[in-house]
Write a protein that binds this ligand. Structure first.
Ligand SMILES: Cc1cc2nc3c(=O)[nH]c(=O)nc-3n(C[C@H](O)[C@H](O)[C@H](O)COP(=O)(O)OP(=O)(O)OC[C@H]3O[C@@H](n4cnc5c(N)ncnc54)[C@H](O)[C@@H]3O)c2cc1C
Length: 381
């Protein structure tokens, strides 16, 4: 049996790593077990956007986004590692009158809550993005958001946690867990057995598989999401672009494309997402996905016709039936915590993971987190 820790975290994505950092800051003896490479699940494969205007409008999410963005602005210094943090403009393109109305209301609520959002009509949008084909668009909602390099973001948390004494292990899959008397009594890797006061499962799309080891369930589902990156583009693209009908486009479909893209510091475009409904975790991109995203991109920016795709990828992306995260102790367990399936992950975790680390050590979170509690699924059932 390996030394007893205060907390075992299973999963080395941005959620597990940020929580490990905040636990270590509080002096908790923490071990993080990651099956593959740190960030190598969904985290390092994401676009790196700290979205501000697209999420839920409840007070908790609005607070987390606002406070998270503020924290992100100084986090590179706090963690001692750069992750290309920058603020950029974001245009959420609006193709229908119904979405124009919805977004007009959203823009008002967001602005009233400290997340300035303005509606811009088609002419104004065209002036801001001269090379965008605005045919079929009514305009856009516009806000400022953050962008970062997600691999370095994970690495920054990992290194800072290590410096504070956390034991962060890559290449260490959890292959078994044992439970007795409502407690997780051991967590097993091929080489070792661990025990701790608290166990957190932060394994993203793999969370249900981990919980199944102790006969537990949580309704975390996933889609397979593809993305690609291009060579440096010759056109001046100024803002991050996304579609207001993203969820409408992908909802209930076996396969769907809704394009969004951001400009990397070197001028390349990171383009997302081609989404496939699945119950099998896999990696990799398809001809369908890359061609579909390219076609949508070219419809918006015909001038990119000759730009080459350098690399594509596909990973699972986790969600819950109500699109709220799962954060909190599992009902019926003394020492089991689950954290994952955030809708807006990067802007919220700098603050949320701090609160979660405190909760695992017995602190009350500054705001009520029952909206995210795993217990809501038991109540719903
Ligand atoms: C194309 C794309 C673009 C996205 N863009 C954005 C964006 O711009 N902004 C944003 O906020 N979010 C974005 N997301 C979502 C974001 O990437 C995820 O919400 C986030 O990465 C989830 O982090 P996580 O730590 O929960 O999961 P993961 O990063 O998947 O981490 C879970 C880890 O658990 C590990 N694991 C699994 N099984 C075991 C085991 N048995 N033992 C040990 N470890 C195990 C996995 O290897 C994995 O590393 C995007 C997602 C995709 C797919």
């Amino acid at each position: 049996m390996s030394p007893t820790y205060d907390v075992i975290i299973i999963g080395g994505g941005m959620i597990g790593l940020s929580t490990a950092y905040h636990l270590a800051r509080r002096g908790a003896r923490t071990v993080l077990l990651e099956a593959g490479e740190l960030g190598g699940g969904t985290s390092a494969a994401c676009s790196g956007r700290a979205q501000t205007i697209e999420g839920h409008l409840d007070p908790l999410n609005l607070y987390l986004v606002r406070a998270g963005l503020e924290r992100l602005s100084t986090l590179e210094d706090e963690l001692g590692h750069a992750f290309s943090w920058r603020m950029v403009g974001y245009f959420c393109l609006i193709p229908s009158p119904h979405l124009w109305d919805t977004w007009t209301q959203r823009a008002r609520i967001l602005s009233e809550n400290g997340i300035p959002t303005v509606m811009v009509d088609r002419e104004e949008l065209q002036r801001a993005e001269p090379l965008l084909n605005t045919a079929g668009l009514l305009g856009a909602a516009y806000g400022q958001e953050g962008l970062l390099n997600p691999f370095h973001f994970c690495w920054a948390y990992a290194q800072a946690a290590r410096r504070l004494g956390a034991d962060i292990r890559a290449g260490t899959p959890v292959v078994g867990m044992k439970a007795a008397g409502g407690r997780v009594v051991s967590v097993e890797t091929p080489a070792e057995r661990f025990s701790a006061g608290q166990v957190m499962v932060a394994a993203g799309a793999w969370t249900p598989k981990l919980l199944a080891m102790i006969g537990e369930t949580v309704p975390i589902h996933f889609t397979h999401a593809e993305a690609f990156i291009t060579e440096r583009v010759p056109l001046a693209l100024r803002n991050t672009i996304g579609m207001a009908d993203f969820y409408e486009q992908i909802h209930g479909k076996q396969r769907a494309v809704s394009v969004g893209f951001s400009v990397e510091p070197d001028g390349a475009l990171l383009v997302t997402e081609a989404v496939t409904r699945t119950d099998t975790i896999r990696r990799g991109c398809s001809v369908w996905g890359v061609a579909g995203m390219a076609a949508h991109l070219l419809a918006l920016y015909p001038g990119l016709r000759k730009v080459r795709v350098l690399r594509g990828w596909g990973v699972p992306t986790a969600f819950t039936p109500d699109d709220e995260p799962v954060v909190g102790p599992m009902p019926g367990w003394e020492n089991l915590f689950v954290y994952g399936a955030c809708l807006e992950t990067i802007p919220t975790i700098p603050v949320l993971s701090d609160w979660v680390a405190g909760m695992m050590l017995g602190e009350e979170p500054p705001m009520d987190l029952s909206l995210y509690s795993p217990a809501r699924f038991a109540r719903a059932a």
